[in-house]
Design a protein around this ligand. Structure first.
Ligand code: F6R
Length: 604
């Protein structure tokens, strides 16, 4: 997702801005740009695609001496990923970069247009710079104009603004999106949306709080809170080691990625889960014209996300769904019918088997869609349409946040298709969208739950195997829980539909068989309960995950009470991820690089 950098000082500003953006690259983006004010003149460079394109454009740019500058990597929300929509955005003599969404941009834009202001881009961001320049006309100082600008904006933003009228100053504001200021002993000032962008350059950072705004120049940093009261920066020492900084204090990338699910899911939903509808600017509605079936195809964790989709699509969009494991589909001489939309799901976009099935579907003349985390990957390039999951780079081999964002996208897509097919009432859709928007909060790791799972994990290091059981979408979640555990603990684990145990697997039940039972309150509670009782009667050791304690279980991971089963789904997902992590840690395994596994499986 979007990244911001800024700099005030005498060093090579081009290298600092581009270097900072490079460190933020892992968040994903589709265009980038910088604006540098040096010797009273602005130099602006923007490019679509990877940073290398921007580097190419700036290769003859060598500013000397003191400069100020701002830079940005953009993940398109309002307006397509074009050069015109890339930040920084320009007014007459000022430039702005921004992360987040300005909710009242449409009305502000209309107002400014009536005053004769011309807009160049389709972005919400552009209103900031025009509003600032409009307010400048009346204001006594540039800061006063900036302050009034910030007070007029509604929504989420981290923003930096520079103007020719004050060529040594960067104005900043933060509400809802992260932003920090950093400095070093030479008096240089840096800005960034994440400290990884300034590590190695700056020694201390101050992290802005929501409502903060102000300006910085050679003369100092001036910060004001949301009530306009001045406040002092709280400088904190910055980590100097880039690798451990990337883990941001977590023991493993997997742990960090579990914890950052809340942030990445906010990114996944950004601009898409609105109040009344699901918006996917990147796809055309016509993609679904003449479609009577959706065939999902994927491997591993992505296959589990596809299985979740099969429940959601049939339930909400009332459309026939089939789900295929890519390595199986390839050789089974499948019937690929022209009224089927073929959807591949992949974190990497490079998995050989999935990619091959996408080629098969294209050759058979089917419409195709890729749900993918990596832009410009082979699947993204090949499919007719793409929805990016916006999980950022996933480093842990065991997938966590990629799965979370896939399920969120699929849930949104099921509602999008439901609306197209008129299979969902307005109120029901609004209710689903409200629930969707709670998910970033739902997946925030609860310290109490993590502690409990850490303690509990010591009881689950042996035994002859694990059953993870659940019904409906909790069945694919059980499969995913079992996969996570086997990947990093090397213990044998299987996922089962809870109702299927009595058809064979229950023969394995004894005290050394551990059952992790997913017991949501809002979906098939009684049915699942009965299935757990069947196992309990056979003396299996049972750990129940749910909001209501189950007297016949041995252990209990308590989730919060929720009103919707998908909220329970996402909280249980976090619990299962943490359980695998803590069991693996106790067994002394390499959590991030488990044996025999690779992050991207580009061989058949
Ligand atoms: C499990 C895991 C794998 C991948 C699978 C497909 O934690 O990461 O099962 O899900 O190899 O990979 P992608 O999604 O990149 O196609």
């Amino acid at each position: 997702m979007c990244g911001i950098v800024g700099y005030i000082g005498e060093k090579d500003i081009k290298q600092i801005l581009l270097g900072g953006l490079k460190e933020l690259e892992y968040r994903g983006y589709d265009s980038a740009g910088i604006a540098v004010l040096n010797n009273g003149e602005f130099s602006i460079f923007k490019a679509v695609g990877k940073l290398i394109n921007l580097e190419e454009k700036t290769k003859d740019f060598h500013p000397q001496g003191f400069s100020i500058g701002i830079g940005h990597t953009r993940w398109a929300t309002h307006g397509k990923p074009t050069e015109l929509n890339a930040h920084p955005h320009v007014g007459k003599k000022s430039y702005v970069v921004h992360n987040g969404i300005i909710e009242n941009y449409a009305e502000l834009k209309k107002e400014l247009e009536t005053k004769g202001v011309e807009f160049l881009s389709q972005t919400d961001t552009e209103v900031i710079v025009h509003l600032f320049e409009d307010l400048q006309k009346e204001a006594k100082t540039n800061f006063e104009a900036f302050e009034k600008t910030v007070q007029t904006l509604h929504g989420a933003y981290a923003t930096l603004l520079v103007t020719k009228e004050e060529p040594d100053t960067v104005f900043f504001a933060k509400e809802g999106s992260p932003l920090l200021i950093a400095k070093n002993e030479n008096g240089e000032i840096y800005f960034a949306s994440s400290d990884t962008a300034v590590i190695g350059e700056a020694s201390q950072a101050h992290y802005f709080e929501d409502g903060d705004y102000g300006y910085a120049s050679k003369d100092g940093v001036f910060i004001f809170d949301k009530d306009g009261k001045p406040k002092q920066p709280k400088w904190q020492k910055l980590e100097q080691n880039k690798l451990s900084a990337q883990k941001e204090g977590y023991r493993f990338f997997m742990e960090k990625e579990i914890y950052e699910q809340s942030d990445v899911l906010s990114d996944t939903l950004l601009g898409r889960a609105t109040e009344n509808e699901v918006v996917f600017e990147e796809i055309d509605k016509e993609l679904f014209d003449g479609i009577n079936e959706i065939k999902f195809c994927a491997c591993g964790t992505s296959y589990h996300a596809a299985l979740c989709a099969s429940y959601l699509f049939e339930r909400y969009a009332k459309i026939r769904v089939s789900v295929e494991i890519a390595s199986e589909l390839r050789y089974k001489e499948p019937l690929l019918m022209p009224d089927t939309l073929f959807v591949v799901i992949s974190q990497s976009g490079e998995t050989a088997d999935t990619l091959e099935t996408l080629k098969m579907a294209k050759n058979a003349g089917l419409k195709t869609l890729a749900i993918c985390n990596v832009d410009n990957s082979s699947m993204v390039r090949l499919a007719d349409a793409t929805i990016l999951t916006r999980a950022g780079i996933e480093k842990g081999v065991a997938s966590t946040k990629a799965f979370a964002t896939q399920v969120a996208v699929l849930w949104m897509l099921s509602l999008y298709v439901a609306k197209l097919r008129n299979t969902i009432e307005k109120d029901a859709l609004q209710n689903q969208l409200r629930t969707l928007r709670t998910i970033p909060q739902v997946v925030k790791v609860d310290d109490g739950m993590h502690e409990r799972i850490k303690r509990l994990s010591k009881r689950y290091l042996h035994g002859h195997g694990f059953f993870f059981i659940g019904r409906d979408v909790f069945f694919p979640l059980a499969l995913e829980g079992a996969l996570k555990l086997k990947e990093i603990s090397y213990l044998h684990a299987e996922g089962y539909p809870a109702g299927e145990m009595k058809h064979g697997p229950i023969a394995l039940a004894d005290p050394e068989l551990f059952t992790i039972a997913l017991l949501p309150k809002n979906l098939l509670f009684e049915k699942t309960r009965s299935n757990i009782e069947e196992l309990s009667a056979r003396d299996s050791t049972i750990c129940v995950v749910g909001s209501e304690e189950f007297e016949k279980g041995d252990d209990f991971i308590k989730t919060k009470p929720h009103r919707h089963y998908m909220q329970e789904f996402f909280e249980m997902m976090v619990a299962l991820q943490l359980l695998s992590l803590e069991i693996s840690v106790r067994l002394g395994n390499d959590v991030d690089m488990p044996r025999n596994l690779a992050k991207s499986v580009t061989v058949e």
